[in-house]
Design a binder for this molecule. Structure first.
Ligand code: NAD
Length: 360
């Protein structure tokens, strides 16, 4: 098969880690007989330096014309980088928010998977970890409290701030459909998280999710209140497969879930629109403190590329092969500095990429 992929190296460690992810994709092409046509896109600080703005129309058009986008990360050191002397709408982060909006990416996917080999980095007790955990949080990204009407007023000398939480059934249905589709490729369980004992938006959420569930009879649906879910994530994380939730709950729960895996350099993510199209990127930032040193962990970006194979290109077998190669390299004791522990073999960014590519 032939696909068009936009590559956004971005800033800081971005070009190093995207280079390794491309190495893996090239190996997948060689092994499975595909052809990926890459086009490089400037975003963030790199775009400011070249074009004067963090996002250009040309970048949006190139991304829209591709089957999927793979990104490193954008941004620099806020204290020293000249990008942060610009007004907020011209800084690197504005480019990322802009491209997400332009591509209508409403579904954010964040897996939290505990590798047996990295159990030591998990802050939970051995008896809580049990057989480990493998979940994915599907978060609604463009609605809810963060996008509702807001204002601050003064009434009778008292300052008052108002934020509104709105969801319509269409917004709920399209994210629920994504969650059920993803569960179909996994362990076939969706836990929908809300606050239906208090919020009207959550009661509508629950109703619409149940309507969607009727179309997926082979998938188990359970509802869980958000406060309980926050506790269950550290009490019994092994119970979850797909967690489906709204924007703010998802913001908080996805960070909690990633913390229990223990390692920022291992966490992938995806943002999808209504079609198969998506933007794939590691959960971490551009790590300016280690940029250019050849020590960054490329695994989060490589696992993001595996998600791209699975969710945008429907290449499940190839995605499995990449994930298995990562697992194998960890099993053999290779580690970048951020996940290093006693008795393991420390390697740099390029070497880690080579080791994974060799095992595909
Ligand atoms: P960060 O995630 O870049 O770094 C936090 C710490 O983790 C640093 O010590 C860093 O060295 C380490 N780290 C991160 N990724 C690593 C990797 N792959 N391998 C080894 N170590 C790694 O967060 P920050 O320092 O708060 O932000 C730096 C810049 O990144 C800022 O400009 C911020 O705005 C930007 N940022 C971008 C994104 C994105 O592009 N989606 C996300 C978060 C932050």
């Amino acid at each position: 098969m032939e696909y068009k992929i936009s590559l956004i190296p971005g800033d800081g460690i971005g070009p190093e880690i995207v280079g390794e992810a491309k190495k893996i994709l090239d190996k997948v092409c060689e092994k499975y007989g595909h052809k990926f046509n890459y086009e490089e896109v400037l975003l963030g600080g790199a775009s400011i330096d070249a074009c004067g703005v963090p996002l250009t129309q040309e970048a949006i058009d190139t991304a829209k014309n591709s089957d999927a986008v793979l990104m490193g990360s954008i941004g620099g050191d806020a204290k020293t980088s000249p990008w942060y002397r610009l007004e907020p709408s011209k800084r690197p982060e504005a480019g990322l928010l802009g491209i997400r909006k332009a591509l209508n990416l409403f579904a954010n996917l964040r897996p939290a998977y505990l590798y047996n080999e990295l159990k030591g980095a998990c802050p939970l007790k051995e008896e809580v970890i049990g057989e480990g955990f493998d979940m994915i949080i599907v978060r609604e990204l463009t609605g809810g409290l963060y996008f509702g009407e807001r204002r601050t007023v003064e009434e009778n000398g008292v300052r008052k701030a108002i934020d509104t939480l709105t969801y319509d059934e269409k917004e709920i249905r399209r994210i629920a459909v994504k969650a059920f589709e993803i569960a179909g490729k996994r362990k076939k369980k969706v836990t929908s998280v809300d606050k239906a004992n208090v919020l009207d938006s959550s009661r509508l959420w629950r109703k619409v999710v149940e309507e969607v569930a009727a179309d997926y009879p082979d998938i188990t649906l359970e509802h869980m209140l958000v406060d309980n879910c926050a506790m269950q994530l550290v009490h019994n994380p092994g119970q979850f497969d797909v967690i489906l939730t709204e924007n703010m709950f998802g913001d908080i729960l996805s960070d909690e879930a990633s913390m229990v895996t223990g390692s920022i350099g291992m966490l992938s993510s995806a943002s999808l629109n209504e079609t198969k199209f998506g933007l794939y990127e590691p959960s971490h930032g551009s790590a300016p403190d280690i940029a250019g040193k050849g020590v960054a962990n490329p695994i989060a970006t490589i696992l993001s590329a595996a998600m791209m194979l699975r969710f945008s290109l429907d290449l499940d077998k190839e995605a499995d092969a990449v994930e298995a190669a990562v697992q194998q390299v960890l099993k053999e004791g290779y580690r970048t500095g951020d996940i290093m522990s006693e008795g393991m073999k420390q390697v740099g960014t390029k070497e880690m990429g080579d080791l994974i590519a060799e095992r595909i």
